[in-house]
Design a protein around this ligand. Sequence first.
Ligand code: IVH
Length: 703
Amino acid sequence: MSTATIPVDQMVEEQANEELARLAAEIAKHDRLYHVEDAPVISDAEYDALVRRNLSIEQAFPHLVRQDSPSQRVGAAPAEKFEKVRHRVPMLSLDNAFSDGDVIDFVARIRRFLRMEQDAAIAMTAEPKIDGLSLSLRYESGRLVSAATRGNGQVGENVTANARVVADIPKVLAGDPPEVIEVRGEVYMTQRDFLALNERQKAQGKQTYVNPRNTAAGSLRQLDPAITASRPLKFFAYGWGEVSEMPAATQMDMVAALEGYGFRTNPLMRCCSTAQELLEHYHAIEEQRATLGYDIDGVVYKVDDLALQRRLGFVSRSPRWAIAHKFAAEKAFTILRGIDIQVGRTGALTPVARLEPVTVGGVVVTNATLHNAEEIERLGIKIGDTVIVQRAGDVIPQILGYVEERRPANARDFFFPTVCPCELRTPIVRDSTATGGEGVVRRCSGEFACPFQRIEHLRHFVSRRAFDIEGLGEKQIEFFFRDQDLSVKSPGDIFTLAMRDAQNLKKLKDKDGWGQLSAANLFAAIEARRTIPLDRMIYSLGIRHVGERTAATLARAYGTWQDFHEAAIAIARGDLKAREEMDALEDVGDAVIDAVANYFAEEHNRRLVEDLASQVNVLEAEKPATSSPVAGKTIVFTGAFERMSRDEAKELAERLGAKVAGSVSSKTDLVVSGPGAGSKLKKAQELGIEVIDEDTWFQRIGR
Ligand code: IVH
């Protein structure tokens, strides 16, 4: 089965890995078609969906992020025909928001990061997101010296000769510009100019374009500037790259300055002070969308104050201080044929809608996730209904509702099964919530007895980031699981395979699809993995909430398998001190600790783990490298700070190689304390741990 249709929340490691590889190739292809050939074959909404799916898989499996992941780069590599230019300040991309909620979260995130009150006003700009191509124009002593496309964000194409013939682009700046200024903005074409040009092209038997954006791109990227000159290109300035002296301190004033130098800027740009105002302006722009005369695909919000922008900084390829709020995704009607239940590694049961195939925004959709039973109830859908399907930010389509008038007389209610669809038909249990009520997630209670879960666990165990045994992939592990002679029911069984095979009458080498060499190779590969780093060992256990990052944190903190194992068992027994110690680790909270406790409270799991541990040699964890004055130190921040939020402080400390802990223990090296500090400060003083204030902290790290 292709991994393209698997909902992200049901993916196992291998599938995620495969899907990330597929998406990397797919997105690279569309990047090339869009950026290099100016001939996309999918809509922007579809493209966004691919990027979102890639991101959400990466969020679920952060350790699987590929070097060539689309999240690690912007656009496509520059085309060969133009000279390359390295951007002095990278041309980055924007994160997307798809709903009002995303925008509210975005603003809240910024306030949190900057340690502002959640209801404090924060000046933010809102302006149309122009659907064109971005261009960086470099001016020295007021004269245009070079123009470059975005390319991959680091290196673009030199299109200076072409930029010179665009009427909207000043060759000499007006007013009193800085000595060096790179002005950035969007080259675009109006819808009317696009239609007229395409008519002309058609009449002359020449290439026609699919939309104004691609026409603009194709026109700017002509080797002959005379052709560019014949195309009615326009330019809106909205940003900048390198600037020798900044003429202003806010986004609004900078854009006004650009206007003063002779650029056209977008008249719909506004300054707002709450998420609500941003949204109001978004809807106002959306209403005018059809009459603007040029294509826009959303609204961009930016923090107005440039000093705050600097503090907020960037996350991988996009700024924390800006976001693009995209216009809504496409919808379609189709018939709900049935609802299936899928079982994941942790036994979670997810209902999946089986749909009559329908094209939504150019992609054929055959199923949609329904999340849980409550969602089905909330939607009020019955099998046989005509449902409204939407493909939003994710490739996984969603059902928005059904059409009352089209409900057939024989529409059937769906009843969530009470037993697992696995052959054991084990009873289904519901997770409990923090308040002791019933959670929405239903699970098969079979744990390792449920064949679905066992296989998923084993798959996880041999996956690339876990034991990664060459020649022992998903298919092979399933074969060994089912094979009567070799029967691998738990991870430890893998390491006794060779020994058991030697004793068996029917040998692996004689089985279908195997031979002398492949069997020998497999046993050698298993042997090679008998020695394993601690973080991989922890990760491979498949404890809920313990992904690769958490496993690495635990490995670093406990150092040896013995220490981790003892701590886990102690926590499962309810040992509060052991629990507190784990709780002090950064990014390890109740969810992880409870998951560890539940896992090790289970007799079967304990046996499985001991059995495995007796088969392998677990290496000690490596200590982090030292370079900055706080590298390798465990730091606790407590109380309030003037100059930074906790998040900001934490990020800075981590960037400098420190470990940030949530509570003070004997392992703490340093406590940075602000006004209002309470028990943590007291504990640090009792333990004789060094305590410094915010100013000393900044001095120490040289800021
Ligand atoms: S600001 C750090 N403002 O959208 C990135 N971008 O997805 C700053 N775009 O590469 C970009 N209209 O090509 C910004 N008003 C606007 C925009 C805009 C269109 C494009 C631009 C950028 C892409 C990001």
